[in-house]
Design a protein around this ligand. Structure first.
Ligand SMILES: [Zn+2]
Ligand SMILES: [Zn+2]
Length: 275
């Protein structure tokens, strides 16, 4: 991790793995020598503390759960908030990329009723401000349509309703691609239910994202068995120790049945997202 104030400069030798240098393009200068090792110089351009992580550095860098977030995202601390900037482009293929795009992949999932919706994936400019130290809200706030949180790959998390009038997802589900995401009418790709690419990568019991209130979201399996809605409270979460939070933390779970992710209100006090 690189952390500091505006006008600070670092010169650090990180790794001899060329792949780890990707993602630093806009932030600094990388000079590689013949052995593939190199030097990275970063000069932050914002007043806020500046964080940028690489695959090799994430483990010891940002506080959980943010150390698990994609190295493609920009994350920094601003006061009591973790700020995450995301273009919201999934890091996996989808039939919702345009044909001819390297990331285009026809639908190959198990849903025989799959039908492509008319939208396609468009790059966004999401800025999330999420409480670093989440607390339970005394007055619970409803989730809105649109992004209610962010998956570890930077993709928006949506609630269990379809627009415009909080209709059930029944019909929308048939347009979920092989990784359970789809774009809405302005091209915002999102997951309402278990993001299969991420749970494939991190495990179905893995930490897969965070809601706007700062409480983490875990996959649909715990201790080897599926989590049921009955084990969760009305906000779709519960409190116990997890791998990332050994002292215990309130957290949400994806489940296989409605409401899938959140019961309609945040357990904690939500931060904000703009786009
Ligand atoms: Zn949707
Ligand atoms: Zn749990």
């Amino acid at each position: 991790m690189i952390k500091g104030e505006k006008d600070d400069t670092w010169s650090v030798e990180l790794s001899n793995d060329l792949e780890l240098w990707q993602g630093f393009g806009g932030a600094g200068t990388v000079v590689l020598d013949g052995s593939g090792k190199g030097e990275l110089v970063v000069t932050p351009t914002t007043e806020a503390q500046f964080y940028r992580t690489t695959l090799s550095q994430r483990a010891n860098s940002l506080p959980a759960p943010y150390n698990l977030f994609s190295e493609e995202l920009t994350l920094y601390v601003d006061g009591e908030f973790m700020v995450i900037e995301s273009s919201n482009i999934p890091n996996h293929p989808s039939p919702y990329f345009s044909r001819g795009d390297d990331r285009y992949e026809p639908y190959n999932g198990p849903n025989g009723s799959f039908r492509l919706n008319p939208n396609s994936i468009v790059s966004q400019s999401f800025v999330y401000r999420i409480p670093l130290n989440p607390v339970e809200a005394s007055n619970k706030r409803r989730t809105n349509l649109g992004s209610i949180g962010i998956a570890t790959n930077g993709v928006a998390l949506f609630n269990q309703y379809a627009g415009p009038n909080n209709r059930p997802l029944t019909n929308e589900i048939d347009s979920f691609d092989q990784f359970n995401g789809h774009p809405q009418n302005t091209g915002v790709y999102h997951y309402h239910i278990e993001p299969l690419y991420l749970s494939g990568l991190e495990g179905k019991d893995g930490l897969l994202g965070v809601l706007l209130d700062g409480f983490p979201v875990y996959g649909p399996i715990e201790n080897g068995v599926p989590v049921t809605n009955a084990e969760l409270d009305e906000y779709h979460g519960h409190f116990h120790a997890t791998e990332e939070f050994p002292d215990g933390i309130y957290h949400y779970h994806f489940t296989d049945t409605d409401p899938y992710l959140n019961g309609g209100e945040y357990f904690g006090i939500p931060g904000t997202q703009t786009n």
